[in-house]
Design a protein around this ligand. Structure first.
Ligand code: GLC
Ligand code: CA
Length: 558
């Protein structure tokens, strides 16, 4: 069995905050840092050990904070640096760490560097970005952006184009310029010196673009991605950044859309060449879609098991997995992999399934109370650049009407995860005292909210608390080896964890119909302790039974 090293970041669970929709303290309809501060005890009560903030820097909000105009300050809509320091201290006092989002593949076009860069071709900042001459009246190559149309924007004064892999208000930094890398390191030091405990690094695997920026294989979006999704100098630049984080007791988790498992293992392998502590993979988020969340397919449990198991097996003893089923980039998971009819039970089955695998579990705001997707009546109620781009795409290529598009969107859009957190059944779900919150509140807030979940001992919220506690108290959950069982079952996700003679058996059903379960060879349920379950179990020692809808059971064998 592979040797596993112990690290604090392997033992933690993390809560992700998307501040704009978390809690509004001053009644302007926008979530903010004092709002977060007021909920620190709540966050702590979940049993998590850290908070990751999606970007909270100044931003014109072209991509809600993922377009940064000043890396060393706080978005005035959210508060001040002092507010942030209060949170940092408040979190640390409560034994929680704080991670910032480091978005350095691109900046906002309103960042000073970009403004300077656009002034003239001999401006000292010009080479901070990727500027090229066109080919005739055409852009330098055929790349398409992930968000909106072509990946190049023309600047008439300079007669040059700049590259933007995301929205046109998100120009890509030229990481090949050593000065840009120095800026990145200086940003890292700024926050680490303040006491921040690490970074989630946004699309960090995109920072190195192929020499000569060759044309890409034509795709409807993101043409050219093969030339930057793991570019020629990625390893080298990550090594440089790693040298900085190595000076501190901190952690890094990189976001790697389309990163292969092989590359991920290389990036995260422990030892002198390690680049990242963990990687946010997208593979397991494709069990009900193809290529993008927007090409929807029926949920396929076997695909999910297969993908997760591959990552579990490959990382074990080498690197470390980042476990998540929700964040600000995907629709709510109960709508996707669970069942609205069995919202709480399927929420618990999903939680059990991912939380007890080997890796560091992340919980996204609202996930812990089982928040669900929204539906809107008009396109204009949406806020996100990606929504509008997808509308152009789907109404153009597939001729979807607005109504058809909105229906699809209510299943797949990432904005579903960005509605305000539902704190109680009062006005605006307790999120804001303003008349108008910045974004639509889910109509189901009277039923689904934190206050109601607190009162119900069988709520999903209280189940998450059990999970974080159980994980903390049982090293087998943190360090145990993972094996998938009943690989071919279409409805059951069953696996074991093995550690120092102990065994943990995790049984989850993804069906609302009864599914026959039989204890795997070598297991006698009457010898184990039923440590977690989402239904009352009358005879836990019985070795075969029919599952209840989305049943979850966890047995520990000592
Ligand atoms: C990452 C972020 C996403 C953002 C994109 C561009 O994928 O998670 O929210 O839109 O990068 O920065
Ligand atoms: Ca506010």
């Amino acid at each position: 069995m592979a040797e596993i090293t112990r690290k604090w970041f392997k033992e933690m669970s993390v809560y992700q905050i998307w501040t704009r929709s978390f809690c509004d303290s001053n009644g302007d309809g926008i979530g903010d840092l004092p709002g977060v501060y007021s909920k620190l005890d709540y966050i702590k009560s979940l049993g998590v050990d850290a908070i990751w903030f999606s970007p909270i820097y100044p931003t014109p909000n072209a991509d809600y904070g993922y377009d940064i105009s000043d890396y060393k300050n706080i978005n005035p809509e959210f508060g001040t640096l002092d507010d942030f320091k209060m949170i940092l201290d408040g979190a640390h006092e409560r034994g929680m760490r704080v991670f910032m989002d480091l978005v350095v593949n691109h900046t906002s076009d309103e960042h000073e560097w970009f403004k300077e860069s656009s002034k003239s071709v001999d401006n000292p900042y010009h080479d901070y970005y990727i500027w090229r001459k066109g080919k005739g009246n055409k852009p330098p190559n055929n790349w398409l952006s992930v968000f909106e149309g072509g990946a190049w924007e023309y600047n008439k004064n300079l007669d040059e184009y700049y590259l933007h892999v995301f929205a046109k208000k998100q120009p890509d930094l030229n990481m090949d310029n050593p000065k840009v890398r120095e800026e990145v390191k200086s940003i890292m030091r700024f926050w680490l010196d303040m006491g921040v405990d690490g970074f989630r690094e946004d699309v960090i695997t995109f920072i190195s673009k192929a020499e000569g920026l060759p044309n890409g294989i034509p795709l409807p979006v993101a043409t050219g991605v093969e030339h930057y999704k793991h570019g020629p100098h990625l390893d080298e630049y990550l090594d440089e950044f790693r040298a900085v984080t190595n000076e501190y007791d901190c952690m890094t988790v990189g976001e790697g859309p389309m990163t292969s498992l092989k590359d991920a293992v290389e990036l995260c392998s422990e030892g002198p060449n390690q680049k990242l502590d963990m990687l946010i993979s997208f593979d397991h988020m494709n069990a009900d879609c193809m290529v993008t969340d927007w090409i929807k397919l029926p949920f396929n449990l076997r695909k999910l098991k297969n993908t997760m198991t591959k990552w579990q097996k490959a990382m074990y003893g080498r690197g470390w997995n980042c476990l998540y089923i929700e964040n600000h980039d995907h629709a709510r998971i109960i709508d996707r992999y669970g069942s609205l009819k069995y919202r709480v039970q399927s929420g618990k089955a999903l939680a059990t399934m991912y939380f007890l695998q080997c890796g560091t579990p992340f919980i996204y705001q609202g996930q812990e109370i089982g928040m669900t997707n929204i539906s809107v009546d008009h396109l204009y109620e949406y806020k996100d650049v990606m929504t509008f781009n997808n509308y152009r795409l789907f109404s153009g290529i597939l001729h979807l009407s607005e109504k058809q598009f909105l229906k699809l969107s209510s299943k797949v859009n990432r904005e579903n995860a960005r509605t305000p957190v539902q704190w109680n059944s009062g006005k605006n779900a307790g999120f804001t005292t303003a008349d108008e919150p910045w974004f639509k509140i889910n109509e189901n807030y009277k039923e689904i909210n934190v206050e109601a979940a607190e009162k119900d001992e069988n709520s999903l919220l209280n189940y998450y608390r059990k999970l974080t506690k159980f994980r903390k108290e049982n090293e087998i959950v943190i360090y145990g080896e993972y094996n998938l069982l009943y690989e071919n079952s279409k409805n059951l996700f069953v696996y074991e964890r093995l550690y120092e003679g102990q065994r943990l058996l995790v049984i989850t059903s993804f069906s609302e119909n009864p599914v026959k379960f039989k204890a795997p060879v070598g297991y006698n349920l009457s010898e184990g302790e039923l440590v977690l379950q989402n239904y009352d179990v009358i005879d836990p020692g019985k070795n075969d039974f029919y599952t209840k809808p989305y049943e979850a059971r966890v047995y520990l064998f000592k």
